[in-house]
Ligand binder design. Structure first.
Ligand SMILES: [Zn+2]
Length: 306
């Protein structure tokens, strides 16, 4: 007999957990399938899903949502433009749902597609099988934040707090339930992808989210948590920028901070304090490079979208 003791913070890929009555958190299997997490929110006569996931992830979520409720899925909120959060859009719209996102998500898709879609289709069957030439943009976008969905049972606010993980990062907030769904602007672990991010601005975006009354943080990857996930993530980026800034002020160049092997960043001499170790993992050398390049103005930084 196997006995599993699940403690708070343990990864549980593909598990669906009720966070509040009518609000479920589904942890995606990032390791084997590259899936993001999803949140299923029950309104009076329909469901809202946070993130479209990859096509194969979307199908998993639809399957699970059907077990939870017979109400139709009416809206799917893309928290940002990345494939693991938005490439499933055609799956949802085909079944009659409306995909929605900040206007920044549509702008990011214009900026980076169709190149990423076509590249991803080479390695992902679920993307290739859709037989499309590019990513499907959200059907509906909003610029005025928050965009509010409200009925007799629940209020759901879709927020934009600025450029952190991407220029279009959206947050979904449930004020009554004190739940903040953060996409990849806040992740609970070493899954920060910084290539399209703004490391310098990231903590200030999190600070805006921290002003809300929050008990549950439902991140875009790995387990849910409390407010400590927000402060930990913010602290990670503060420490990362501080460490790289200090090193570069001390005369260090990028070559001194990271090791390049066959064009890939493989290691770094930068070390961060123990307090943020949950956020330091395999991508850390790349994050150091991105932080350095951002400060050296070799990548866009500091400018918020208009
Ligand atoms: Zn993601």
């Amino acid at each position: 007999m196997l006995l599993f003791i699940v403690t708070h913070g343990d990864a549980q890929p593909n598990a669906v957990k009720q966070i509040a009555p009518g609000v479920w958190f589904r942890e995606g299997d990032i390791q084997h399938e590259g899936h993001c997490n999803n949140v299923i929110i029950e309104m009076s006569d329909h469901l809202v899903v946070v993130d479209a996931n990859f096509p194969s992830g979307a199908r998993r979520v639809i399957e699970d949502a059907r077990k939870l409720s017979s109400k139709p899925i009416k809206f799917v909120f893309d928290t940002h433009h990345h494939g693991d959060h938005a490439y499933g859009n055609p799956v949802w719209t085909k079944m009659g749902a409306v995909t929605i996102a900040t206007s920044g998500v549509a702008e990011e898709l214009k900026r980076y597609e169709p190149k990423r879609w076509l590249d991803t289709a080479k390695s992902r069957k679920d993307v290739a099988e859709l037989n499309l030439n590019t990513a499907e943009p959200p059907m509906k976008t909003f610029t005025k934040s928050p965009y509010v969905m409200e009925d007799s049972t629940r209020r759901l606010e879709l927020h934009f707090f600025g450029w952190a993980h991407t220029r279009g990062d959206g947050f979904a907030y449930l004020p009554k339930e004190k739940i903040m769904c953060t996409g990849d602007a806040i992740v609970n672990g070493h899954y920060n992808y910084t290539a399209d991010g703004n490391i310098g601005n990231w903590p200030s975006v999190i600070a805006k989210a921290q002003k809300f009354d929050v008990q549950h943080v439902l991140p875009g990857h790995v387990p849910d948590g409390g407010k400590e996930v927000m402060s930990g993530q913010a602290q990670f980026f503060v420490e990362l920028r501080r460490a790289v800034e200090q090193a570069s002020k001390g005369g260090k160049k990028l070559d001194d901070l990271v090791t390049l092997k066959d064009g890939r960043v493989t290691a770094t001499s930068v070390q961060l304090p123990e307090a943020v170790k949950n956020w330091v993992g395999g991508s850390f050398p790349v994050q150091v490079r991105d932080a350095y390049n951002e400060m050296a103005q070799h990548k866009p930084s500091g400018d918020l979208p208009h």
